[in-house]
Design a protein around this ligand. Sequence first.
Ligand SMILES: Nc1ncnc2c1ncn2[C@@H]1O[C@H](COP(=O)(O)OP(=O)(O)O)[C@@H](O)[C@H]1O
Ligand SMILES: [Mg+2]
Length: 152
Amino acid sequence: MTKLFLPNTQATQQLGITLGKNLTAGSVILLEGDLGAGKTTLVQGIGKGLGINESIVSPTFTLINEYIEGRIPLYHLDLYRLKPQEVTGLNLESYWEGIEVTPGIVAIEWAERMPYLPDSYFRVCLKSGEDGDRQLEITAVNCQMIDNLISS
Ligand SMILES: Nc1ncnc2c1ncn2[C@@H]1O[C@H](COP(=O)(O)OP(=O)(O)O)[C@@H](O)[C@H]1O
Ligand SMILES: [Mg+2]
């Protein structure tokens, strides 16, 4: 597990950019943390790192947004409005198995609500600090951790 201190929004974005530049197709990022913790900000950075120009907005109501203009596709999901049993019906595994969809990066906000998990994934937990900063913990489960996570 790697712990990172993110002093401001830009630091969260920059980490996302590094992930977007380095992650391979089929990578799943499970994002946990309260409302306002910075999950969408991180995904916006991932989009930048992938070369997506379209603005990335929270899929709280649409459930999933797909962006295909970058290096590899980005699938951005938000499970906030769902109960775990509702998540089961979504067939989320088709995204990370890449069977019916082009393999890409799958970023899932409110991953706490997932009733089942992929075989391999990055777990990212974001917490607000006392001075308005954020603390991030990233764990690579059955996959290779990205080197030099905080690099430009
Ligand atoms: N490292 C950080 N330090 C301070 N503020 C941050 C940081 N990262 C993100 N933010 C801010 O937190 C706010 C909420 O972020 P958002 O990404 O929408 O959260 P979430 O998707 O987790 O609800 C945004 O205004 C964003 O600019
Ligand atoms: Mg969000």
